[in-house]
Design a protein around this ligand. Structure first.
Ligand code: AMP
Ligand code: MG
Length: 350
């Protein structure tokens, strides 16, 4: 398959590109496009054959359901059997935005899109290009992250091209995304509603609007024998090729420990990567040191996380040592993704 790569200039009229993307989607093809969270791999969510192509292109397990992207509340009513009152309140506050809600599905949503489930995940993105592509494609676009299954989610069109060239019809290049980690998933089919994946919208932000919200226990204690409620969360995601270890503790001790380990591994002939922050990078003496952002604003860390994991793959490092981050705000999403990338290998210094 030939993949068309089209760059969108936000200051220009891009009608032709959007129209072409819409035509491909309506004909059952695949179009990757930017959203505010990560790049999505889009297909017509109501066309089972089109949705199935997503699984093939990504190498995604068929029991891992897709999120349907819409641009307005009318569209929501068509694909769910009921919109709970609390969902209306949450939507009023946080849609459009980096939030996915789970509902009971209506009959028009094929099981090929929901991985065989009677529930459906729905998101209304705020990104202007995403919205134009969704509308042009018919208004119901299934769009998981546009990476090969198991690789870090793509935050630039180059990441998408690395993974999916020859496997999709079109990639719309809208530049780097804003947030960099996937949407928060909130299950509205249970009472109280439950967070199945942390993201930019936090537990506290939901509780301001609808009162008590719980968090899937498997996100907090991954070693528990329970299976995560979002099927995709059970897979080892975001895994870099290197062995990644997170070192947690007082910052001076962490930098000293990482320096010690980097030195040992380098001496033994291995290539070592280090994930530091603006506050600490100057402390690191050896290895391939990358600055992930500033602790003063963790949204910078979220924005760089997946890109840095991909860079370490390109640099072919053998071991990566990362600092740990605060779990307030977007930090819970950062640590969730980082822990998954590390296969939950975290060491705590006291
Ligand atoms: P991605 O689009 O690649 O960010 O992955 C979508 C995530 O949403 C995966 O973790 C899925 O398991 C989860 N998901 C999608 N639909 C449902 C659903 N009906 N119930 C629970 N989780 C879902
Ligand atoms: Mg994904």
């Amino acid at each position: 398959m030939k993949t068309i790569l089209e760059k969108i200039d936000k200051n220009q009229n891009n009608t032709d590109i959007i129209r072409e993307a819409g035509r491909i989607l309506k004909e059952g093809g695949l179009v990757a496009f930017p959203t505010e969270t990560v790049y999505g791999l889009g297909a017509d969510a109501l066309n089972e054959d089109a949705a199935k192509k997503i699984y093939a292109a990504k190498g995604r397990p068929s029991d891992n359901p897709l999120i349907i992207h819409i641009t307005n509340m009318k569209a929501l009513e068509k694909i769910v059997s009921e919109v709970p009152e609390k969902a209306v309140k949450v939507a009023e506050k946080y849609w459009p935005g980096p939030l996915t809600m789970i509902f009971n599905k209506s009959d028009i949503v094929p099981y090929g899109t929901t991985g065989g489930l009677d529930t459906v995940a729905v998101r209304m993105p705020v990104d202007a290009i995403a919205r134009e592509v969704i509308d042009a494609g018919g208004g119901y676009i299934a769009a998981p992250s546009a990476n090969t299954s198991g690789r870090p989610s793509p935050t630039t069109a180059q990441h998408v091209a690395e993974d999916l060239t020859g496997r999709v019809d079109m990639i719309v290049d809208g530049g780097a995304v804003e947030i960099g980690v996937e949407s928060t998933i909130l299950d509205m089919t249970v009472e109280p509603p439950m967070i199945l994946r942390p993201g930019a919208i936090t537990k506290e932000m939901f509780e301001e609007v609808i009162g008590e919200v719980t968090i899937d226990r498997t996100l907090i204690r991954p070693d528990s024998r329970q299976v995560p409620k979002a099927p995709g969360m059970k897979y080892r995601h975001y895994a870099p090729k290197a062995d990644l270890t997170i070192i947690e503790g007082p910052l001076e001790k962490v930098t000293a420990e990482i320096n010690k380990r980097a030195k040992e591994k380098s001496r033994a002939g291995y290539k070592v990567g280090i994930i530091g922050t603006e506050e600490t990078v100057a402390e690191y003496k050896a290895g391939d040191v990358k600055c992930i952002g500033t602790r003063a604003d963790e949204s910078t860390i979220a924005a760089n996380l997946f890109g840095i994991l991909r860079e370490f793959d390109d640099d072919q490092v053998d071991y990566i040592y990362s600092e740990s981050f605060d779990t307030a705000g977007i930090g819970s999403a950062i640590m969730n993704r980082l822990l998954k990338a590390a296969g939950h290998h975290i060491e705590k210094l006291v």
